[in-house]
Design a binder for this molecule. Structure first.
Ligand SMILES: Nc1ncnc2c1ncn2[C@@H]1O[C@H](COP(=O)(O)OP(=O)(O)OP(=O)(O)O)[C@@H](O)[C@H]1O
Ligand SMILES: [Mg+2]
Length: 324
């Protein structure tokens, strides 16, 4: 079986990841179309500020609202999120109102920054990108929401973002208890102040953290279940892309995210008349041999470079046919 078996599965999340420019958005869009045409109700979400899903479909999904994709049989919806809407999206995800101060608190709190450095040297670890953090928030939002059969994420959370899956353990840890204690104390201070006529607003950090923990526990169950989640690794047949994918696999394994499909995109087509093409193709075929042995447990799908960009529904249909 190849990647088309995903059409028969009951996947809740289809995540697509890989190095920059290898064809992630094209693969995510083509798979979302195929899933919708197979009868699933599908939502494709992009948190890429460059509006690449709109560009891929050659349609406009930039309103920030869920938009039905016309021209596709079945039920396909698209959502492009503006990273500036982060606070609101994260509130939706954890089902609690998080105001901007509180969001700043949560993202800057000792909790999350410590969490990113979980057992490692914090200094050396940059914070997760907002695009990945948002896609993580979307996973939390849809994990216990039945509005769509399958949610396809064009910007899959990886590396540092996946560490957020450790939130439940973190909140139960010493640091997590300290964090809750701090929120409790600030709450108590506010109450004392209010006795003297100050404002009476309540700090809801504890409730927010508890809600987040519950959501992460639900999402984690689904993310680790190969019947519910698959992470599709997209690469091109160059050694640099292969090495990057090997590192990606380590991260995914560490967090137990199922990832059995590899798409090797943009393989140079055969053309005996062109020396450059012949050399590139030979190199690509050698690298594909390596890929076959390095990823021998996976289903590997190779796709040649088309002579045109994959843009607009017609090209996505064509790309999808080769892919599936
Ligand atoms: N097999 C292919 N043949 C020809 N063009 C392709 C192929 N796959 C993808 N492309 C084109 O390559 C470009 C990059 O593809 P795409 O946007 O899907 O990559 P990406 O991995 O999502 O990039 P980014 O990292 O910037 O998000 C696009 O112009 C796309 O149309
Ligand atoms: Mg993209």
């Amino acid at each position: 079986m190849a990647i088309n078996e995903i059409l028969e599965m009951e996947l809740k999340f289809l995540l697509v990841g890989g190095k920059g420019g290898v064809g992630k958005t094209s693969v995510a869009s083509a798979l979302a179309i195929a899933l919708a045409e197979s009868g699933k109700r599908v939502l494709i979400i992009s948190t890429d500020p460059a509006h690449s899903v709109s560009d891929s479909f050659d349609l406009d999904f930039s309103s920030g609202e869920i938009t039905k994709v016309e021209g596709v049989k079945g039920e396909l919806f698209a959502l492009e999120i503006n990273p500036e809407a982060a606070g609101e999206e994260i509130s939706k995800a954890i089902g609690q109102q998080v105001d901007s101060d509180q969001f700043a608190n949560i993202s800057a709190m000792p909790g999350l920054s410590e969490l990113q450095g979980f057992g490692e040297d914090m200094q050396s670890i940059p914070p997760p990108g907002m695009d990945e953090a948002l896609s993580f928030a979307k996973i939390l939002e849809y994990a216990d929401d039945e509005s769509y059969d399958t949610v396809v994420l064009d910007t899959a959370p990886t590396g540092h973002t996946l560490r957020l899956l450790n939130i439940p353990e973190f909140l139960d840890s010493f640091l997590g208890r300290m964090l809750k204690m701090k929120a409790f104390l600030s709450n108590a201070m506010k109450m004392v102040k209010s006795l003297f006529g100050g404002n009476q607003e309540k700090d809801r950090t504890i409730e927010t953290l508890e809600a987040m923990k519950e959501k992460v526990l639900i999402a984690r169950d689904q993310l680790m279940d190969p019947e519910k989640t698959q992470f599709v690794k997209v690469m091109i047949p160059t050694m640099m892309s292969i090495f990057e994918t090997e590192r990606l696999v380590e991260e995914l394994n560490q967090h137990m995210i199922p990832h059995r499909y590899v798409v090797v995109n943009m393989v140079n087509p055969d053309n005996k008349e062109c020396q450059y093409c012949t050399h590139r193709r030979q190199e690509h075929l050698r690298n594909i041999n390596y890929i076959n042995s390095a990823f021998s447990n996976d289903d590997i799908i190779s796709i040649e470079a088309f002579d045109r960009e994959i843009r607009g529904l017609d090209m996505l249909f064509e790309f999808g046919k080769v892919l599936l």
